[in-house]
Design a protein around this ligand. Structure first.
Ligand code: AMP
Ligand code: GLY
Length: 432
C-alpha cells in the first residue's frame, strides 16, 4: 500500500518510521518531510494548504491512505475535502477539529458534558475582559481563542501581566483573528500530563501516557517552547487515573460531539493538569503531540497501518494495542536562539554513530539536506533523540549518551528530561 503523511517534524518522522515497519507498506510519501524522513519516504513539496493539489497528487500516485500530522490543515478542512472525494484520510474533519481550533468551542463542550476543567469566561470586549481580570485577581490565565502556534496562552502571575496579555492579544492583535475572542481562565497548579487516544468516533483506544517539558531551561524555567523533551509513561497518570480520564474526559468528549452531530475520528489528545490525584483538562488537541509522539510511538508494537486503516474504516474495535513495557525518554536538541529567532544551516555531525546504537531513535524535527547532501539544521527544534531503557533512569542515560555523540554549532538541550519521573520513583521507592 501507498501512504502520504502531511507534516515535516519529529512527530511525522515517528509516524513515517512506524509506517515503514508495516508489512502492508510499499511506499511512503511525506509533504514536506525533512532530511531524516527522506531516508524512509519520498519527500514532496506540494503546498500543504492547497488541498486540491494534494488530492491530485494522491489520485495520480494511487495513494491508499493519508495521515495528517499538524493541526492547521485539519482546522482548514483537509479531511472534508479528501472524504468528499472518496479518499481515506486519518484525522478529524473541520467541525471536529474545532476542539483544538477554538478554545471556547472546547470549553463550552467540556462545560456541557461535565468534563473537569478550569473555570472560564469568554470576552470580545477588551474593557469587559480587563474588568473581569481585576475582579478575579492573579494568578490567572489569558488565552487567545484560535490557533496561535502554541503561543496564545499567558499564565499571568500578576494582574498587570494579565492585562498586558489582554492588550497584546486584543489590541495589538498579536495572533490576528485568533484573538478576536479571549478566554480568561482560573489558574490551576499541579503536574501536567499528555493523554492521547486513537478513535474512530465509536471506539477509543488510549495510548501510553507521556509528559512533555514545555519550558526552555532546566528546572522548568524560561519561556515556553513547542516542547524540549518528553518521556513515557507519565507516572503521575496511574492506571486508576487513566481509567478516570477515559470515563470523565475522553468518552464524554466523543459522546458530546456525537450528540451535536459531529463524528470525531483520528487522534484525541487531552492536555491534563493533575492536582491531588484529580485530572482537569487544560486543552484538547486534535492531533498527536510533539515531542510526546516520539517516545510514545517508540513503544508501540502494533502495526501502525492496521491502526490507521481501522480509524479510517471505523473498525477500531478490531484492534488490540500492544506496547513495549520499557519506558522511553526523548531529548530535543534545539538551534541557537530557539525559542526566539534561531540559526539555520548548521551541519549536524554524529548521526551515523547513533544509528548503530540499540534502542535509540533519532527523529528529525527541523533538518534539511544541503546542496552537498549534508544534514543541516532548518528549524528551531532540530532533532529529538529517543531511547528505550530497562527503567526510566536507564532510558534517560541512554538518550543522553546518544545526544553526546551528536553535534551542531549553537545546539542546546535540557539536561533534566525525565528527572521528575525519576525523583517520583525515588520518593515512592517503586520500581518502574
Ligand atoms: P494550552 O495551549 O491551553 O495547553 O496551554 C499551554 C500551557 O499553559 C499548558 O501546557 C499549561 O502549562 C499552561 N496552562 C494552560 N491553561 C492553564 C490553566 N488553566 N492553569 C494553569 N496553567 C495553564
Ligand atoms: N507538546 C505539546 C503539543 O504537541 O501540543
Amino acid at each position: 500500500m501507498k501512504f502520504l503523511v502531511i507534516g515535516g517534524g519529529g512527530r511525522e518522522h515517528a509516524i513515517v518510521w512506524k509506517l515503514s515497519q508495516s508489512r502492508h507498506t510499499d511506499k511512503i510519501f511525506c509533504c514536506p518531510g525533512n532530511a531524516g524522513i527522506s531516508e524512509l519516504a519520498e519527500c514532496i513539496s506540494v503546498n500543504d494548504n492547497n488541498f486540491d493539489a494534494l488530492l491530485d497528487f494522491v489520485r495520480y500516485e494511487g495513494i491508499d491512505l493519508t495521515i495528517v500530522g499538524p493541526e492547521a490543515p485539519l482546522s482548514k478542512g483537509i479531511v472534508d475535502v479528501f472524504e468528499k472525494n472518496g479518499r481515506k484520510i486519518v484525522g478529524p474533519n473541520m467541525k471536529a477539529a474545532q476542539l483544538e481550533g477554538s478554545k471556547l468551542f472546547a470549553k463550552d463542550l467540556m462545560k456541557r458534558c461535565g468534563i473537569p476543567t478550569a473555570e472560564y469566561k469568554a470576552f470580545t470586549s477588551y474593557l469587559h475582559a480587563e474588568d473581569y481580570v481585576r475582579m478575579k485577581g492573579a494568578p490567572i490565565v489569558i488565552k487567545a481563542d484560535g490557533l496561535a502556534a502554541g503561543k496564545g496562552v499567558i499564565v499571568a502571575e500578576t494582574v498587570e501581566e494579565a492585562i498586558a496579555g489582554l492588550r497584546l492579544i486584543m489590541k495589538g492583535r498579536a495572533f490576528g483573528d485568533a484573538g478576536n475572542k479571549v478566554l480568561v481562565e482560573e489558574c490551576i497548579r499541579g503536574e501536567e500530563a499528555s493523554f492521547m487516544a486513537f478513535t474512530d468516533g465509536k471506539t477509543i483506544l488510549p495510548m501510553v501516557s507521556a509528559q512533555d517539558h514545555k519550558r526552555i531551561f532546566d528546572g522548568d524555567k524560561g519561556p515556553n517552547t513547542g516542547g524540549m523533551g518528553a518521556y513515557s509513561p507519565a507516572p503521575v497518570l496511574t492506571p486508576e487515573l487513566e481509567a478516570i480520564v477515559m470515563d470523565k474526559v475522553m468518552r464524554p468528549a466523543i459522546k458530546g460531539l456525537q450528540s451535536d452531530g459531529i463524528k470525531y475520528k483520528g487522534i484525541l489528545y487531552a492536555g491534563l493538569m493533575i492536582k491531588e490525584n484529580k485530572p482537569s483538562v487544560l486543552e484538547f488537541n486534535c492531533r498527536l503531540g510533539d515531542p510526546e509522539t516520539q517516545p510514545v510511538l517508540a513503544r508501540l508494537k502494533t502495526d501502525m497501518v492496521d491502526i490507521a486503516l481501522a480509524i479510517a474504516d471505523e473498525k477500531l474495535s478490531n484492534i488490540n494495542l500492544e506496547w513495549r513495557p520499557e519506558p522511553s525518554v526523548c531529548v530535543v536538541m534545539a538551534s541557537k536562539g530557539y525559542p526566539g529567532a534561531y540559526e539555520k544551516g548548521q551541519v549536524i555531525e554524529g548521526l551515523n554513530d547513533v544509528k548503530k546504537m540499540d534502542n535509540i531513535f533519532v527523529f528529525h524535527s527541523g533538518t534539511s539536506l544541503s546542496r552537498d547532501n549534508k544534514v543541516v539544521t532548518s528549524g528551531g527544534r532540530a532533532l529529538g533523540v529517543t531511547a528505550l531503557g530497562r527503567d526510566i533512569r536507564d532510558a534517560k542515560n541512554k538518550a543522553y549518551n546518544a545526544v553526546e555523540k551528536i553535534h551542531f554549532k549553537g545546539m542546546h538541550y535540557r539536561k533534566d528530561i525525565a528527572d521528575r519521573a525519576i525523583n517520583r520513583f525515588k520518593m515512592h521507592d517503586t520500581p518502574l
